[in-house]
Ligand binder design. Structure first.
Ligand code: TRP
Ligand code: ZN
Length: 887
C-alpha cells in the first residue's frame, strides 16, 4: 500500500540553517497559464550553524527549472541534482549569489498554496510551506530575508499589482504590459511573502499612529464588492488603536493593505503589509451578513493586524513553535473583542469553542501538545489546540502575573526578540524574568497533550466555620504520552452565601484582610486542599471564574447550587456554566429516559433569567442556549445520536411550552428598533429574540409559525432572515421549500449568501438531509474548488449536524469519504480537515463504528493520498506505529 510513507518531522531534529539568505530579488512575469519567476538570492554561511558537506539543498515543488546560475555561471547538470521536492547544488562557497528561473501554472493550482488563480485575480498563500511552490528557497521560518519584488503583467487584465512593503515604482512597458516594483524593508521569512494581481477596486482610509505617522489603509476587492468594506475598515482602525493602547505596539510601514479573495483555505493571512483574506472575513452589509459574520470580520481583521508584531516582527523558529504566534495572537484578538464588546459574552464564546472543538481534539487520535513534537504534514497542525488552547496558556500566564506585570513581560518580549525567530520557551522566559517566578512546571502545558480534569469535593464544618475544598488533578493518556505530570494552573475561586453575596476567601496564614470576591489560587500538586476560614454557613462555590484554566471541572453540584449560581454569580462565565451544567444534566437524563421529569425549579430559573432586566440580553441568550449535541455526545461512554437529538427537542419544547409567555414577551421586547445596527447591544437583542423564537418553534403552533414566516418575509437584516429560514427548513417539507426557493432567487448573485443557502439545508435536522446534500453537490452553484462552498455544504453536514451525519445507515460517512477522495487530489488541506468528525469513531455504537472504520479504510486504501489526508486517516485508525522507525 504505502511504500512511500511520508516521514514525520521531529522537533528534536531541529538544527539552525547552514545558510542564510540576506536578500531576495524576485521578478514575476504574471500570467494565469504560465508565470515565470526569476529569483536572485544572496546566500551566506550561517556563523551559528555547524558546517556540512559543502552542498546546498533548496526546497522546491512543482517548479519547472529553466535557468540556474551560481555567481553568474550557469551550472552544468553534473553540478546539481533536481529531485521531486528539492534542488541540491553539490558545492557552494561561503558567500554567493544564486540566480534561478522557473515556470509555474497558477490556473492549475487547485490546492490554493503557492501562486494561484482565484476568479479574475492571481494571489499567493505561502504559510506554512507554500513558498517552495513559487521558487527554490530555504523554505523555513528561521531564514529571514529582505525582499524586493518586481511584478510584470498585462495592464488590462492586471491593472493592480501588489506585493509586500513600499511601492518603489510603476512603469508602462511595451505591448500593453506594465511593471510595478515593491520593496519590503523588514527582513521576513518567506511564508510572509505575498503578491496580488488583478482588476481590483480599492477603499482608502488613513490612520495616524501614536507617534504621529500617517498610515495609508487600503482594502482591495472586486469592483462589485466596493460597498461592503466599511465594517472591515472600521475594525482595522479600532484594532490599530487598541494595539497601541493595550500593548504599546505601533504600526511600522507607511501602508497597510488587505485583499479579499474568494478562494481561500483558511480565514486570512498576515503577509507583511499585505494581508490576504478569505472574502467572508471582509465583505459585509446588514442585508447580506449576519451579526456573527460582522463579529467574525472584526476579530479576524484584528487577528491579522496583531500578527504584525506577534508573528511578523517576531516570528517562529520552526513550525513546532506555531503557537508562539498563533496562541498569543488569538489571546490578543480575544482581548480586543472583549474590550470592544462584552467581556462576559466573549469569554463564554471562547469557553464554548474550546469545549466544542479543542477538548474533543485532545481526547481523540490527533491529540497533540500546544507545542507538538512531531508532524507528518504541518498543515494538519493549524488546530484548536495550537490556536485556542495556546491562547489559554498565554491567558493563564497573564492571570498569574496580573495586568501590570504581564504588560511589562510582553514589553520585554517585544524589545528583546524584535527581528528574531524564536520559541515558546523564549516567550515564557520573558514572563519568568519580569515576574521573578519559576514557570518550570507551567512549561509542561506546552509539552503535554490532553485536557486535565479537576475532581473536586467540598465539606463544611459548621462548628469551626471551615469550608474545605479538595482538588485532585489528573490528565488522561493521549497517543504517545501514557503518563501525565501535574500542571501548574490558576484557580479563580469565589464563594456565595445563601443570599447570593460574595464571601471573602480567607485562608489560613493570611496576613491581610481579604475583601469579598474572587481570589486566584494556584494549583500545582496532584492533590490540593483549600481551607477557607470564617464561613458560618455552607457557601456555594463559584469555581474557575472567567474560565481561569482550560480544564474539565467535576463537582457534585446540586440543582439548587446551580440555580443559585445562575441567579447570583457576578462572574458571567460561571453563571453561564451553571446553566450549561443544569441543561447538560437534564439533557443526558432525557437521552437515557425520555420520561424523565423536568423539575419546575429549573424551569423557573430560566424564567427568572428571561425576566431579569439587569442582565445583558446577549448573556440571557447564552443562558438559554443548550450545550451542543456533539458536546453532549462527548459526555457519554457510547454516543446515543438519536437520543441526544430527541432530548434537545424535548427540552426545547418543554421550555417553549412552560415559558411561552415570557419567550413571547422577550421576542416582542427585542424586536429591534434599529434592525441594521451592529452594536453589541443590538446584536445581543437579536440573539435573544431569535433564541426565544427557536424555543417557541419547538412547540407546534400556528401562531409562532406565522411569526417566524413573517420574520422571514419582512426582515431587513440577514441575521433575522437566516434565523427564520433555518427554523422554517427544520420544520420540514413545504414550510421550508418555498422560503428556500425565494432566498435562492433573491441572492443568487451573491456567493457568500449562497454559501448560507447551502449550509442551511446541510445543517437541517430534517429527514433525508444526506440525500439532499448529495443532490446539492450536483447543483450548478456547487464546486469542490471553492473551500467556502465545500465548508458550507459538506462541512455543515459533517461538522454541525450530528443527527443526520451519523444517520444509522452510514450514508453520512459514505458521503464524507466520497468527497474526501474526490477532493484530496484537488485540495489536500481541505480534504484532511473534512475528516475530523470521523476521528471520534471509537465513541459510537458497534454498527456506526464499523461503518466509520470502513470508510476510513477505504480512504487509506487509495493509492495516491496526500500526506495531509494520509496523516489524519492513518492516525484515526492508529496504523501509524507509534514512533516506529519507518526507513
Ligand atoms: N497564519 C494564518 C492565521 O492568521 C493562518 C493561515 C492562513 C494558514 N492561511 C493558511 C495556515 C494556509 C496554513 C495554510 O492564522
Ligand atoms: Zn493567526
Amino acid at each position: 500500500m504505502y511504500r512511500d510513507r511520508p516521514h514525520p518531522v521531529r522537533l528534536a531534529d531541529y538544527r539552525p540553517p547552514e545558510f542564510l539568505i540576506e536578500r531576495v530579488d524576485l521578478t514575476f512575469e504574471l500570467d494565469e497559464q504560465v508565470t515565470t519567476v526569476h529569483a536572485l538570492l544572496e546566500f551566506s554561511r550561517n556563523p551559528a550553524a555547524t558546517r556540512g558537506d559543502g552542498s546546498l539543498t533548496l526546497d522546491g515543488e512543482q517548479l519547472e527549472l529553466i535557468e540556474l546560475k551560481l555567481a553568474g555561471q550557469t551550472l552544468t547538470p553534473a553540478e546539481y541534482q533536481l529531485e521531486a521536492e528539492a534542488l541540491r547544488i553539490h558545492r557552494v562557497p561561503d558567500r554567493f549569489q544564486l540566480e534561478t528561473q522557473v515556470r509555474i501554472h497558477p490556473n492549475r493550482n487547485t490546492a490554493l498554496e503557492g501562486l494561484y488563480q482565484s476568479g479574475p485575480m492571481l494571489c499567493t498563500q505561502c504559510e506554512a510551506e507554500g513558498f517552495r511552490k513559487i521558487t527554490f528557497f530555504l523554505d523555513r521560518p528561521d531564514v529571514l530575508s529582505r525582499f524586493r519584488t518586481t511584478l510584470i503583467a498585462d495592464q488590462d487584465r492586471f491593472p493592480v499589482l501588489l506585493a509586500n512593503g513600499n511601492l518603489v515604482s510603476e512603469t508602462r512597458l511595451p505591448a500593453g504590459r506594465h511593471q510595478v516594483i515593491w520593496d519590503d524593508p523588514f527582513p521576513k521569512p518567506c511564508y510572509l511573502f505575498a503578491l496580488i494581481g488583478g482588476d481590483l477596486s480599492v477603499v482608502e482610509d488613513q490612520f495616524r499612529t501614536c507617534s504621529g505617522r500617517d498610515i495609508g489603509l487600503r482594502i482591495f476587492v472586486e469592483p462589485h464588492n466596493l460597498d461592503r468594506c466599511g465594517h472591515a475598515m472600521q475594525a482595522l482602525k479600532k484594532a490599530m488603536r487598541w494595539d497601541e493602547e493595550r500593548f504599546g505596539r505601533e504600526y511600522d510601514l507607511d501602508l497597510y493593505m488587505i485583499v479579499a479573495v474568494s478562494h481561500f483555505n483558511m480565514g486570512a493571512m498576515e503577509n507583511k503589509g499585505l494581508n490576504v483574506f478569505n472574502d467572508k472575513f471582509v465583505l459585509a452589509s446588514p442585508d447580506t451578513a449576519t451579526d456573527e459574520d460582522f463579529q467574525g470580520i472584526e476579530s479576524v481583521i484584528a487577528h491579522e493586524y496583531f500578527h504584525n508584531w506577534t508573528g511578523n516582527r517576531i516570528t517562529c523558529r520552526d513550525w513546532f513553535q506555531l503557537s508562539l504566534k498563533e496562541g498569543f495572537t488569538v489571546y490578543r484578538d480575544q482581548e480586543f473583542s472583549a474590550e470592544v464588546g462584552s467581556r462576559d459574552v466573549q469569554r463564554i464564546a471562547d469557553a464554548r469553542f474550546l469545549r466544542n472543538h479543542q477538548f474533543p481534539e485532545d481526547a481523540g487520535p490527533m491529540a497533540h501538545p500546544v507545542r507538538p513534537d512531531s508532524y507528518i504534514e504541518i498543515n494538519n497542525f493549524y488546530t484548536p489546540t495550537v490556536y485556542n488552547k495556546g491562547a489559554e496558556l498565554v491567558r493563564m500566564q497573564a492571570c498569574l502575573l496580573g495586568p501590570e506585570l504581564f504588560r511589562r513581560a510582553t514589553d520585554r518580549y517585544f524589545e528583546r526578540h524584535d527581528g528574531q525567530a524564536v520559541t515558546t520557551d523564549d516567550f515564557v522566559r520573558c514572563i519568568e524574568e519580569v515576574s521573578g517566578r519559576d514557570l518550570a512546571q507551567f512549561r509542561r502545558w506546552y509539552a503535554q497533550a490532553g485536557t486535565p480534569y479537576l475532581d473536586i469535593e467540598a465539606d463544611h464544618d459548621a462548628t469551626r466555620h471551615l469550608y474545605r475544598l479538595r482538588i485532585r488533578q489528573w490528565t488522561p493518556p493521549t497517543p504517545g504520552q501514557p503518563v501525565k505530570e501535574p500542571l501548574h494552573l490558576p484557580f479563580a475561586l469565589g464563594l456565595l452565601d445563601d443570599q447570593g453575596r460574595e464571601c471573602p476567601v480567607r485562608l489560613e496564614g493570611d496576613v491581610q484582610d481579604q475583601p469579598a470576591g474572587t481570589r486566584v489560587l494556584e494549583l500545582r500538586e496532584l492533590e490540593t486542599e483549600i481551607c477557607v476560614l470564617g464561613l458560618r454557613t455552607r457557601p456555594v462555590p463559584s469555581m474557575l471564574r472567567g474560565f481561569s484554566a482550560p480544564v474539565k471541572l467535576r463537582y457534585a453540584f446540586t440543582n439548587a447550587d446551580l440555580i443559585h449560581l445562575m441567579r447570583y454569580d457576578r462572574d458571567g462565565f460561571c453563571r453561564w456554566d451553571a446553566a450549561q451544567r443544569l441543561q447538560e444534566r437534564l439533557l443526558l437524563r432525557l437521552t437515557q429516559d425520555p420520561t424523565t421529569l423536568i423539575p419546575d425549579d429549573v424551569v423557573a430559573a430560566f424564567r427568572d433569567a428571561l425576566r431579569d432586566p439587569a442582565t445583558d440580553p446577549a448573556l440571557i441568550a447564552e443562558l438559554l442556549t443548550f450545550p451542543s449535541e456533539s458536546y453532549l455526545a462527548d459526555q457519554l461512554d457510547v454516543v446515543d445520536v438519536d437520543g441526544i437529538h430527541r432530548a434537545h427537542r424535548q427540552l426545547a419544547s418543554h421550555l417553549g411550552t412552560h415559558l411561552n409567555d415570557d419567550l413571547m414577551a422577550a421576542y416582542a421586547h427585542n424586536q429591534d428598533p434599529a434592525p441594521t445596527e451592529v452594536t453589541p447591544r443590538a446584536i445581543g437583542r437579536r440573539r435573544l429574540k431569535n433564541r426565544a423564537l427557536a424555543l417557541l418553534m419547538a412547540v407546534d403552533g400556528a401562531k409562532v409559525f406565522n411569526l417566524c414566516q413573517t420574520q422571514f418575509e419582512t426582515a431587513d437584516n440577514m441575521t433575522d432572515t437566516l434565523a427564520a429560514l433555518r427554523l422554517l427548513v427544520d420544520h420540514g417539507g413545504a414550510a421550508g421549500d418555498a422560503p428556500l426557493q425565494r432566498f435562492y432567487e433573491r441572492w443568487s448573485q451573491v456567493p457568500l449568501v449562497i454559501d448560507k443557502w447551502f449550509s442551511v439545508q446541510a445543517s437541517s435536522c430534517r429527514e433525508g438531509t444526506v440525500e439532499r446534500v448529495r443532490g446539492l453537490m450536483a447543483h450548478p452553484d456547487f464546486s469542490l474548488r471553492n473551500p467556502n462552498r465545500v465548508r458550507s455544504l459538506i462541512g455543515a453536514l459533517c461538522h454541525a449536524n450530528s443527527v443526520q451525519f451519523h444517520a444509522a445507515d452510514g450514508s453520512g460517512y459514505r458521503l464524507l469519504s466520497d468527497v474526501v477522495l474526490e477532493l484530496d487530489p484537488l485540495n489536500p488541506q481541505i480534504a484532511a480537515r473534512l475528516l475530523k468528525p470521523i476521528l471520534s469513531w471509537r465513541r459510537y455504537d458497534a454498527g456506526r463504528q464499523a461503518q466509520m472504520r470502513r470508510e476510513l479504510a477505504r480512504v487509506l486504501e487509495t493509492g495516491e493520498l496526500s500526506a495531509d489526508v494520509y496523516e489524519v486517516a492513518s492516525k484515526a485508525l492508529d496504523t501509524v506505529p507509534e514512533q516506529a522507525e519507518s526507513s
